[in-house]
Design a protein around this ligand. Structure first.
Ligand SMILES: Nc1ncnc2c1ncn2[C@@H]1O[C@H](COP(=O)(O)OP(=O)(O)OP(=O)(O)O)[C@@H](O)[C@H]1O
Length: 340
């Protein structure tokens, strides 16, 4: 799906100024930005709930403005906060909405409903006949996702899909949904104002400012490590180090004796480390947050200490210390493109 010079004006005020953005097939792209910057308007133009004032939105090789809006919405899944389940229809009937509109027979519909409920983690035997008011907020959101996926749409639009769910349930839903999306390969465009949700779930993050101005479009680690503008820095500023620790990975050049590996003829002995005594080790590629945890466990109250680091075949390639973490953070925040 591609936005080409898209603009939306409301009675003289500009919600989306001039947005060009390509959503890659099978990716989970998250639009993030402050309230009122035009995220929802952008999303809603994709399924023609809002008509653009100018520009083109292309799905496959069709301009969406050439497609009948009702037909379009059957091809594009849509999930919103509080889902808007039909209150007088059971869970199964809600999920079967679009198959019903498309005239699927009963048996095919029933099988698909059962399959989808299981997919989103709701036991069909327990949930199919319940009413929306008999569900928790998180369960309702799962039904909303199942309903949107019923006909396996190539594109799914999600507007603050987990906004109404409590923080614990929310983290679990984010994780489960990201896994499901990777499994199904659905192309997803999702809106949130929560930068943590964005960096946790996205393949790429699009940071928007007022007028849906595209500040940065990059993988989460790059957005956090190297904000492209003051607006992005502002958004990721608070808690940035914690986010870097969650996203960054341990690399050979971060290790304490990294120099030894590159010395001609240099052999590498297992370094004497405090961590060695505890039996604790780390692997190359470990999350930096796990490196910090391992160091904390190995250090004792006095601080200091290091933990041996192994490569994929289990050989010691160096040691991780507090310096390692500092080096990794420097590596991530300076220089070439961040892996991620
Ligand atoms: N139907 C409408 N009529 C007039 N103005 C609108 C309408 N819908 C949105 N706007 C305006 O367009 C701008 C962008 O709104 P939009 O809902 O897209 O922002 P958003 O980034 O999704 O915000 P939020 O995170 O608060 O939901 C805002 O200034 C809003 O007031």
């Amino acid at each position: 799906m591609r936005f080409d010079g898209v603009r939306k004006e409301y009675a003289g005020s500009v919600a989306v100024d001039d947005l060009s953005l390509a959503v890659r097939e099978h990716e989970l792209l998250v639009l993030v930005g402050p309230s009122g910057c035009g995220k929802s308007t952008t999303l809603r133009m994709a399924n023609r709930l809002v008509e653009p004032t100018a520009g083109r939105i292309v799905l496959g090789d069709e301009d969406v403005t050439d497609v009948d809006p009702v037909a379009l919405r059957r091809r594009i899944g849509y999930v919103i906060q509080n889902v808007g389940l039909f209150p007088h229809r059971t869970v199964a009937q809600n999920v079967a909405t679009v198959p019903g509109l498309l005239g699927w027979d009963r048996r095919r519909t029933r099988e698909r409903v059962t399959e989808l409920l299981a997919l989103v983690g709701l036991d069909p035997d327990r949930y199919a006949r319940r009413w929306p008011h008999e569900l928790s907020g998180g369960e309702r959101q799962r039904v909303g996702v199942a309903r949107a996926l019923a006909t396996d749409p190539p594109v799914l639009l999600m507007d603050e899909p987990f906004g109404a769910v409590d923080p614990v349930g929310r983290a679990r839903l984010q994780q489960e949904f990201a896994r499901l999306q990777r499994e199904l390969g659905t192309t997803v465009m999702m809106v949130t104002h929560d930068i943590d949700e964005a960096v946790r779930m996205a393949d790429r993050v699009a940071v928007l400012s007022r007028g849906a101005h595209l500040e940065q479009l990059a993988p989460p680690l790059e957005v956090v490590a190297r904000p492209a503008s003051a607006a992005v820095a502002d958004l990721v500023g608070r808690g940035r180090t914690a986010r870097l620790l969650a996203l960054g990975r341990l690399e050979p050049s971060d290790l304490d004796d990294a120099g030894a590996a590159t010395r001609p003829g240099g052999t590498r002995d297992a370094p004497a480390t405090a961590g060695a005594g505890t039996g604790r080790t780390l692997r190359l590629g470990a999350e930096l947050g796990d490196v910090v945890t391992a160091l904390t466990d190995a250090a004792g109250a006095s601080g200091g200490g290091a933990v041996p680091v192994l490569d994929a075949s289990g050989h010691v390639v160096g040691a991780a210390s507090a310096q390692t973490v500092v080096r990794a953070l420097h590596r991530l925040t300076s220089g070439g493109p961040a892996a991620g």
